[in-house]
Design a protein around this ligand. Structure first.
Ligand SMILES: Nc1ncnc2c1ncn2[C@@H]1O[C@H](COP(=O)(O)OP(=O)(O)OP(=O)(O)O)[C@@H](O)[C@H]1O
Ligand SMILES: [Mg+2]
Length: 117
């Protein structure tokens, strides 16, 4: 399993666009891709590809329960491209992550549970 992230200390430098295009390109090339939208108030990645099967949960459950199962993984219209949608529009997770001792490690913990699949 390979993990690709885009980070920048500046806003609006096209991180989301890059990840979105890369996810679609890799899926079209035959890779199984899971995109994770961790943005809170402006969850752009969640709207770039049409969702054809919406999971009951999204990024909040991934963070709070270190969960990366079918209940948080939605299917997009692109074959091989799934997504964990952002569902934290009221921005509750920033505070939550800050006050949990292992808050900053929750994504990597969740990813470890998915590694075998
Ligand atoms: N190659 C491009 N040429 C012109 N505009 C672009 C290009 N790529 C992306 N944009 C536009 O630039 C804006 C910022 O892009 P994007 O949302 O991907 O950046 P971001 O780094 O994720 O921003 P944020 O820090 O808000 O999360 C968007 O309106 C996007 O449509
Ligand atoms: Mg962005």
């Amino acid at each position: 399993m390979n993990v690709i992230i885009a980070v920048s200390s500046k806003g609006s430098v096209t991180k989301t666009t890059l990840i979105s295009n890369l996810a679609g390109l890799l899926a079209d090339s035959g890779y199984r891709v899971l995109a994770i939208d961790a943005e809170n108030t402006q969850p752009a990645l969640s709207s770039h590809y049409p969702i054809v099967e919406q999971a009951t949960n999204g990024f909040i459950k991934l963070i709070k329960e270190r969960c990366l199962g079918p209940e948080v993984i939605s299917k997009t219209s692109i074959d091989g491209l799934d997504i964990v949608v952002s569902d934290d529009r009221s921005d509750t997770l920033s505070e939550y992550i800050l006050h949990e001792a292992d808050g900053r490690y929750r994504i990597s913990q969740a990813l470890k549970t998915a590694e075998d699949h």
